[in-house]
Design a protein around this ligand. Structure first.
Ligand SMILES: Cc1cc2nc3c(=O)[nH]c(=O)nc-3n(C[C@H](O)[C@H](O)[C@H](O)COP(=O)(O)O)c2cc1C
Length: 212
């Protein structure tokens, strides 16, 4: 019998209780993440776990500062304010007891290398990399983690917004792995009571086409 409740019950959680998440649960979630498909099975991911509240809070300050700095490119106060209006969506990880940082390395495509060495035209090379396979592999891994967390009673939020501060975040946490860069983060914890409902989806007919 099909049971897709897990998928339909998952929603983004941005408010958490203070309860700690046991290390064995975090390990189980990462194991679920690594069970995802990846391009040519290159498993082009690395996960960094943050649980230290001081580091998590400092990371939120760093993201806010970086967001403000980028916002200064806006030509007037009104646009700056609009730019800043999303900041809570980029720092809401600060209320989570755990933040999972998701790193990725380049997807090594053999045919790209061969064609490039043979001076293939740029348009062809661009088409080959346009699926952004490394990012898609990360997305698959993250979704596995989100679903596994839902099953285990945890709340999560998939976040890419804070990554504009990736350099500063790397300096803060002191993590470096040759060829890897921060792609996204997942806030994780026991959800607060009465969190906002999952937003409605576009009607299927708007996003689905059958070709017969
Ligand atoms: C690639 C990606 C990036 C996202 N980045 C953020 C983010 O930076 N901050 C945030 O609060 N939510 C972020 N979200 C969560 C979306 O806002 C959320 O999934 C969407 O509003 C639908 O709500 P639901 O997850 O409750 O179904 C992101 C989701 C995805 C898939």
């Amino acid at each position: 019998m099909r049971n897709l409740d897990l998928i339909y019950n998952r929603k983004s959680i941005r408010q958490f209780k203070n309860d700690a998440v046991p290390k064995e649960d975090i390990i189980e979630l990462i194991k679920a993440g690594t069970s995802a498909p990846s391009p040519k099975h290159q498993q082009n991911w690395h996960f960094v776990i943050l649980q230290n509240k001081d580091i998590i809070n400092e990371m939120a300050d760093i993201v806010t500062k970086s967001h403000e700095n980028i916002g200064k490119l806006a030509k007037n106060e009104k646009d700056f304010k609009k730019h800043m209006s999303v900041i809570n969506y980029y720092t809401c990880f600060k209320d989570a007891p755990v933040v999972i940082l998701v790193y990725s390395c380049e997807y090594k495509m053999i045919e790209y290398k061969i064609l490039k060495e043979n001076n293939a035209p740029k348009e062809i090379l661009d088409v080959l990399v346009s699926p952004q396979s490394a990012a898609q592999g990360i997305g698959a891994a993250v979704q596995n983690i989100l679903l596994a967390a839902t099953e285990m009673g945890y709340g999560t939020c998939y976040m890419t917004g804070p990554t504009h501060a990736k350099k500063e975040i790397e300096n803060l946490i002191g993590f470096e792995k040759e060829g890897y860069e921060l792609m996204s983060m997942i806030s994780l914890g026991v959800p607060e009571e009465n969190t906002p409902p999952k937003p409605p989806r576009k009607p299927l007919e708007d996003v689905l086409t059958f070709i017969e």
